[in-house]
Design a protein around this ligand. Structure first.
Ligand SMILES: [Fe+2]
Ligand SMILES: [Fe+2]
Length: 271
């Protein structure tokens, strides 16, 4: 199975670039399953229902979120009603929506996608490790599902690596989100799980993690609230990762970065 994951979509330029890239990447990389993190699609904070619809229409099979899941309040009923729009699974019991979804692919195979949030330098949610182990208990990679992908939305690389090693061999891909900077540590771990500690963002990199650089810098110079932050609106780099799995085991054969447009050096897998 060929999997495409695109990192945090930031603002109008980010979501337009991701929506434009999805059909092209799906065709060029022969993608079976495409996942997009959209927690920052709406001006950097949350996602509005019509923006989620645009990303689904462009070819996202699943949309994941993060700490900004609830910033646009009108998305809450949409999260509750849309199984393929998932939020971190370790929010307290009773939170609207789900933290995972089983996707039936057109060819008859199924893929499980989970969204989980880390706790180091983040909101103190339920344990992401135990929550993930419980969510995975009902599934067997390569037996009951063809692929399992986890978007681990977290700040600290240590927590991301510890998480990935904990589930090495049980899932196809652990990909980090939230930092908005693509890391270069993509690898297939010894047990066969593909890992990248951060996918990077779909957004303008002439910025501070997607937001206009001058007001963002002022917050560090002057330790007081400043201008409201707004997304940088120059050309976006679409950042993500490509994974190919073994059809027999569901484990990863290869993982490669995807970067297109904007300021970062391009990277495109050959298939
Ligand atoms: Fe983000
Ligand atoms: Fe985030």
């Amino acid at each position: 199975m060929r999997i495409l994951f695109l990192g945090d979509t930031v603002g109008r330029t980010g979501r337009e670039a991701a929506a434009a890239a999805l059909p092209m990447l799906r065709a060029a990389l022969k993608i079976d399953l495409a996942i997009v993190n959209a927690e920052n699609a709406s001006h950097g904070f949350g996602v509005a229902p019509e923006m989620a619809r645009t990303l689904f229409d462009a070819g996202a099979d699943v949309i994941t979120l993060g700490n900004h899941a609830w910033d646009r309040r009108e998305i809450i009923p949409t999260i509750a009603e849309t199984p393929r729009l998932i939020r971190p699974l370790n929010f307290p019991p009773g939170t609207p929506g789900a933290g995972s979804v089983l996707v039936a692919l057109p060819d008859g195979r199924s893929a499980l996608v989970l969204n989980v949030m880390g706790r180091l330098f983040m909101d103190p949610l339920d344990c992401p490790f135990r929550g993930t182990a419980e969510a995975l208990a009902r599934y067997r990679l390569g037996v009951t599902v063809a692929a399992i992908v986890i978007d681990f939305h977290a700040e600290a690389t240590s927590e991301k690596m510890a998480f990935a090693h904990s589930f090495d061999g049980a899932v196809s891909l652990v990909v980090g989100t939230h930092t908005h900077c693509p890391s270069a540590d993509h690898q297939v771990l010894p047990g066969g799980t593909a890992f990248l500690s951060d996918a990077g963002m779909c957004g303008d990199y002439d910025s501070v993690i997607g937001m206009q650089k001058d007001p963002a810098a002022q917050r560090f110079w002057r330790k007081m609230p400043g201008e409201r932050l707004a997304p940088a609106e120059g050309e976006s780099t679409v950042c993500g990762v490509f994974v190919e799995t073994d059809p027999a085991t569901g484990l990863a054969r290869r993982i490669e970065p995807v970067r297109m447009g904007g300021r970062l050096s391009p990277a495109m897998p050959t298939v």
